[in-house]
Design a protein around this ligand. Sequence first.
Ligand code: SAH
Ligand code: SF4
Ligand code: F3S
Length: 453
Amino acid sequence: MSKKLYIKTYGCQMNVYDSVRMADCLAPLGYQSSDTPEDADLVILNTCHIREKAEDKVYSDLGRIRAEKQRKAANGEKMLIAVGGCVGQAEGAEIIKRAPYVDMVLGPQSYHQLPEMVTRAIRDGGGVVELDFPTVQKFDLLPEASSSQGVSAFLSVQEGCDKFCSFCVVPYTRGAEYSRPMAAIEKEARQMVAQGTMEITLLGQNVNAYHGEDEQANVSSLSDVIARLAKIDGLERIRYTTSHPRDMSDDLIAIHGSEPKLMPFLHLPVQSGSDNVLKRMNRKHNAEFYLDIIARLRKSRTDIAFSSDFIVGFPGESDKDFEDTMKLVEQVQYAQAYSFKYSPRPGTPAATDDQQVPEEVKDERLQRLQALIRHQQTVFNKSTVGKMMTALLDRDGKHEGQLLGKTPYMQSVHVQGNEGSRGQLTEVRITEGFMNSVSGEITGTQPHLRKAN
Ligand code: SAH
Ligand code: SF4
Ligand code: F3S
C-alpha cells in the first residue's frame, strides 16, 4: 500500500538535491512524494541553519505540522515527523526536547539511514536520532537515483567544507570536504540525461575544491568533471555552484573559455570588499585577489556574468569597510547578487566577537547595498534586450500559455509559449529587461528539440 511522503526543503541547492535522494531512499518502503503535508504519513523538514531566520522558520513550520499530526491522530491515523538537514545536525536531540512530537532527527550525512530510522520510529514510538558522520560515505550507500528532477537537475559532486569562515556553520553541519569519484558522477549524470535532463548544475559547498579520483585513481579537478560531462550527448548545459575564490584554479578559469556547454555565469561569493573584514572573516583572500580572478574569467569568457553573496554588519565592520564593499560592487558590476545581515551563529568564532554591529547600522547598510545591487541587476537585464539566446523553458508561468525558464546568464525569462516549447531549449529574442527578469519572444527555431520527461 502506498504511503504519503511530504518533504519541505529549506536553504541551499544541496538540500534540494538531498531531498530528491531522500525520496529515492524511501520509495522502496512504499512512500510516494506529495506536494502538501495534509494526510502525509511521513513529513520530513530538510532544514537550513545558516542564519537565525532560517532556523526560526523551521520551528514555526513544525507548529503547523504538529496540528496536522494531531488531526490525524484524532482519526486514529499516524504521522511521523523527521527533522533532517543542517538544523538537525546542529541541534540534534535538543529538537525532540523542544518539540516532543518530532519522531526522528538526522543530519545531512545520515539520510541514507532513513528506511531503518522509519522502522525504528514506528516500532519504538519515536525518539530516533542519527547524526554520525559515517566512515562509509552516504553516496556509496544510497540507492541509484530513480526520480527524475526534470530538464534542469542538480548533482552533488562535493560536500562539506574545510574553510572555516569565522561566521559560517557549514563546516560543522556538513562536515569535512569530500569529493565523489568521477565514475559515480558520470554514471549519475548519464542516468539524468537518459531521463530527460538537459542542464546539470554541479553542486558542492565548495564545489571548485573538488578533487575526486578518476578510474585510474588520479586526482581530478572540477574542470576535468566538466570536460567529461560535456561529452554526454543530450546534455546541453553545465553549471556549478558554489565556488570559493581561493579555489578558482587556472584550468577552471580556462575551461570557461573553451567549453561551450559551460554556461557564461558564475556565482562567486566575496562576502565583503574590505580587506580588514575579509581577514576577520577568515576568507584567506583580499579584494584585489578576487578582482583579479574576475578579470581573468572575463578574459577567458568575454560575456561571462557574475553573482555573489555579501554579508553586511560583520563584527568590526566600520563605515569605511562598508564603503569598500560598495566600491567593489561598483567595480565588478554584477548581474545579480544576494546580501544578508550578519547573523551570529552559535559555535562560530565571530558570534562571540565583542565588536558586534548594531542592528540599525546593519539595516541601513543592507538597504544601501541592496539598492545598488537592484540597480545593477536592472542594468544587466536591460543590456540583454535585443539579443538572441537559448532559454531552457522548464516551467509554466502565471498567465495562460506563458512559459518560464533561464537564459545562459541565469536570468529568469518569460515568453508566450508555442506548441512543444515547454521543457525545451528554445531560441528566444529578449524584448524587455526588468529588475528580476527579462521577457522574450520565441523566434521559431528550437535548436535542441527533445522529448522532455
Ligand atoms: N559555500 C558558500 C556559501 C554557503 S552559505 C561560500 O563559500 O560562499 C551561503 C551564504 O550565506 C554565504 O555566502 C554567506 O553570504 C551567507 N552566510 C553564511 N553565514 C552567514 C551568517 N552567519 N550571517 C549572515 N549570512 C551568512
Ligand atoms: Fe561557509 Fe566559508 Fe565554507 Fe563557504 S567557504 S561553506 S562560507 S565556511
Ligand atoms: Fe543551509 Fe546547510 Fe545549505 S546550513 S545553506 S542547508 S549547507
